[in-house]
Design a protein around this ligand. Structure first.
Ligand code: ADP
Length: 723
């Protein structure tokens, strides 16, 4: 079978200098170990790999929305304007560095102003493009089991008080037993979809109180596939929103670039259609045994909006009729090719920065889906002077998926994968000797990023060894720019004192609401209403990583010990749980297996739980054990990754007493799990005062984004200084 790359008439008509584009970004020099392979030109610390490629002029399609002017969008080449000062030469002294930093800070202040002016106008005055307003109006009332959310249901029979500002320490809702409208299992829609209690008005939260304002604001752009609460599948979404919000509160100009999935239409606040622009996108076709590659200008629509209190930029193909990319009922798993979609999204994100004149200080990319951004940034956008300021940070949330990619598939970025498919760049070592060798996008991003983090110190150590698989070698050679930063919990979302999804709130010193939440859940799910039965909860994606076998075993074991078990989970390993739910545990008063996704219900489960089980085989960080503690539920975890960094056994006298906060086991066998759970049951039943004391202690733990956000600020600052 022959394989050749040709340019089609349509690409030529689109004004592309195609042949040269296909050669784009071919580096001439090998990069230094532990540094992006391509950096600055001339006197910079590491020479840029020059390219012989011509890059298409910034061209936006004619369909730039009228709101462009208002939002400051421009089709001018940003490289021509506001060029930053020259890079610092190698060996320059501290004074020069400080001057450079001062210049950057001044520039940041200007950027801040620009960002302010880029914010969408107030909804009532906004000139909203028609499809955007249609999207808002089309807000779905229907609860989406995969995405959660949906518009809260209003219940005219149950009037709610007006939202208000709370006094420090005041509970949002202190309903007593007689004030609660107790749920019924036959309710339709189910009780957890009732309208939430009105959230407190601003300034009632804790996040703003604990976050320090920065004196050196940066313009940070995240590029991500998930964002809580509306585009969340797991912890990635929580982390992006938590970190972005913490940094926004700290005074940085933060924007998040996210695919505009059709499943989030109608759920984005302040949605505005900003502009349309073209993105080079290659397609590989095969006809009669001949492979062809064509590059088209792919019309792309840019929207701005707010998700979870953060400014977002949403990107999707312009013509829904021409492409089904990002179309589907949920975040992942639509009927499009995910690899192609995210490669296109990476290119679109960089194009978006370019055509709107943004030139951020930090581009923070997440996971394999957004890894190509790091590669394209240095070898194309920075190398060609189209974007100049940014340093690139990669955060690896999970190494389970590494972004396998055939070299030909990379053409979806508009660039030839061959240029990146070398051992020192993105080649997947496992495929050496194959014809041709494949690429690993996550490896490419590790190599190309200025700094790489993963989400806990223990997972970072594991990744450098056996846990990192074939990527361990790449991480080892990037050792100087790799660290584990423990995730935080977003206390604006997860706070027992202020959570609007609870029938009654609680806090250390006022724990009555927790008992009411347990009773409410037991009643709502049709369980035996009994405060003395220890309630074990598991909220999890149901995939092998999460310890499926152990979760399965813990269900009958908990029941046999006189406890209750509630599982809320979904994922490709859920069939055995569905079978148990329909079979042996159907109508069981002590076991409920809920095989779906519900953000609202998860809040109630954490609040009601006595223990939260996380028996993962590996766990990069894990949020559920930290969320559990925010709600006074004691975690029961397997000692791995971030679980080992956050949970310390109450019976481990080798650990300082103040750090002990849960139950930990090491083995992956039933016996280890049972023994650990039994210690928990025993303490719950026989040491009630100690249990209460421990609950209140864990609620005071400081696993916040204020803390984690500062760590990231330090790394961002170090990157600005030339790391
Ligand atoms: P991962 O990112 O591997 O899924 P984490 O523990 O880091 O694991 O994050 C899981 C997040 O997803 C938590 O916020 C948890 O509450 C949420 N979650 C997982 N499964 C469900 C579900 N079925 N319904 C609601 N929330 C869920």
């Amino acid at each position: 079978m022959s394989s050749r790359a040709v340019m089609t008439a349509s690409a030529a008509a689109a004004g592309l200098r195609g042949a040269s584009l296909l050669r784009a970004a071919r580096p001439r020099a090998h990069h230094a170990r532990g540094a992006p392979p391509a950096r600055r030109r001339g006197s910079s610390r590491v020479a840029v790999a020059s390219t012989d490629a011509e890059i298409p002029e910034p061209e936006t399609s004619a369909a730039v929305a009228s709101s462009e002017e208002a939002t400051g969008g421009t089709t001018d080449d940003p490289a021509a304007a506001d060029a930053p000062s020259e890079p610092i030469p190698v060996g320059s002294n501290l004074g020069a560095l400080q001057d450079q930093l001062a210049a950057l800070m001044a520039q940041n202040q200007e950027l801040q102003k620009d960002i302010e002016s880029l914010k969408p106008p107030e909804p009532e005055t906004a000139a909203v493009a028609s499809d955007a307003s249609e999207a808002s109006e089309a807000a779905s009332d229907v609860y989406d089991p995969l995405v959660g959310g949906g518009r809260p249901r209003t219940d005219p029979l149950y009037p709610r008080p007006e939202p208000r500002v709370l006094q420090p320490g005041e509970l949002l809702n202190a309903s007593s037993e007689s004030e609660i409208r107790w749920p019924d299992p036959s309710e339709d829609p189910p009780f957890w979809e009732r309208e939430p209690y009105p959230a407190p008005l601003e300034n009632s939260g804790r996040v703003g109180e604990s976050i320090q304002r920065t004196e050196t604001p940066l313009h940070v752009v995240h590029v991500t596939a998930e964002m809580a609460p509306i585009a969340k599948v797991g912890g990635l979404g929580d982390v992006v929103t938590g970190l972005a919000r913490a940094h926004t509160v700290a005074g940085h100009a933060v924007e998040v670039i996210l695919p505009y999935y059709s499943s989030i239409e109608g759920k984005v606040e302040n949605l505005q259609h900003v502009m349309d622009f073209d993105v080079p996108k290659g397609t590989e076709t095969e006809w009669d045994g001949v492979r062809e590659t064509r590059i088209d200008q792919f019309g792309t629509s840019m929207f701005s909006g707010v998700i979870g209190g953060c400014n977002v930029i949403l990107l999707r193909p312009s013509g829904r009729e021409r492409s089904n990319i990002f179309v589907g009922g949920k975040i992942y798993g639509g009927s499009y090719n995910e690899l192609e979609a995210y490669l296109y999204f990476c290119r679109a994100a960089l194009e978006c920065l370019r055509v709107t004149g943004r030139d951020p200080n930090v581009i923070h990319v997440h996971e394999w889906q957004c890894s190509a951004v790091a590669m394209l940034y240095w070898d194309l956008y920075h190398a060609q002077g189209m974007l100049r300021n940014a340093k690139v940070m990669l955060t690896i949330h999970n190494m389970d998926n590494t972004g396998e990619c055939r070299q030909e598939e990379f053409i979806a970025t508009g660039l030839n994968g061959e240029d990146f498919n070398t051992l020192e760049k993105a080649m997947d070592e496992r495929t050496i000797g194959h014809n041709p060798e494949r690429m690993c996008l996550l490896k490419g991003a590790i190599v190309y990023s200025n700094y790489v983090t993963t989400v806990s110190p223990t997972y970072a150590r594991e990744a450098l060894g056996g846990g990192g698989g074939f990527l361990a070698k790449t991480l080892q050679s990037s050792r100087m720019k790799f660290a584990g930063v423990l995730n935080g919990v977003d206390e604006d979302i997860w706070d027992a004192r202020l959570d609007p999804f609870l029938p009654s709130n609680f806090k250390p010193g006022a724990m009555e609401g927790k008992a009411l939440c347990k009773k409410y859940l037991q009643m709502g799910l049709g369980m035996d209403v009994n405060p003395d039965k220890p309630l074990v909860v598991c909220v999890s994606r149901l995939v092998p990583q999460k310890g499926i076998e152990l979760i399965k075993h813990s269900i009958p074991h908990t029941k046999s010990q006189g406890g209750q078990f509630v599982l809320l989970g979904s994922g490709h390993s859920d069939p055995p749980f569905s079978a148990m739910a329909q079979g042996e545990f159907r109508d069981d008063p002590d076991v409920k297996l809920l095989i779906f996704y519900s953000d609202q219900l998860s809040h109630l489960l954490y609040a009601a739980a006595d223990m939260v089980l996380v028996p993962s085989m590996f766990e990069p960080c894990g949020l559920t054990q930290m969320i559990a503690m925010e709600y006074g539920a004691l975690p029961v975890v397997r000692k791995t990754g971030g679980l080992a960094d956050t949970v310390f056994d109450l019976d481990d006298f080798g650990v300082p007493e103040e750090k002990r906060n849960g139950f930990v086991f090491e083995g992956a066998d039933h016996g280890s799990l049972e023994a650990c759970l039994n210690r928990g049951f025993d303490k719950f039943k026989h040491q009630r005062a100690f249990w209460r004391e421990t609950q209140e202690k864990v609620m005071g733990e400081n696993n916040t984004w204020a803390k984690a956000g500062r760590e990231y600020e330090r790394i961002y600052a170090a990157m600005q200084m030339g790391m």
